[in-house]
Design a protein around this ligand. Structure first.
Ligand SMILES: [Zn+2]
Length: 66
């Protein structure tokens, strides 16, 4: 009988850092989710993240700079 209490890492609890990983929903939508605490990354307008819309580049646009 172990307590089912999801303990979040300190960085996650303090919202200082999350380990985002690309997940896909049933609809095929891609979103970022923290692999540590399972928090979904809120959509932000500012491109704080490195690359933006990585999937968009993959769709179509055959060839070109990878
Ligand atoms: Zn987290």
């Amino acid at each position: 009988m172990s307590r089912q209490r999801p303990r979040k890492p300190l960085l996650c609890r303090t919202h200082l850092h999350h380990k985002w990983m690309t997940e896909h929903t049933e609809d095929g939508e891609s979103f970022m989710r923290c692999t540590r605490c399972g928090t979904d990354r809120p959509e932000v307008d500012n491109g704080d993240f490195g690359g933006k819309n990585l999937g968009a580049g993959l769709a179509g646009m055959g060839g070109g700079g990878g």
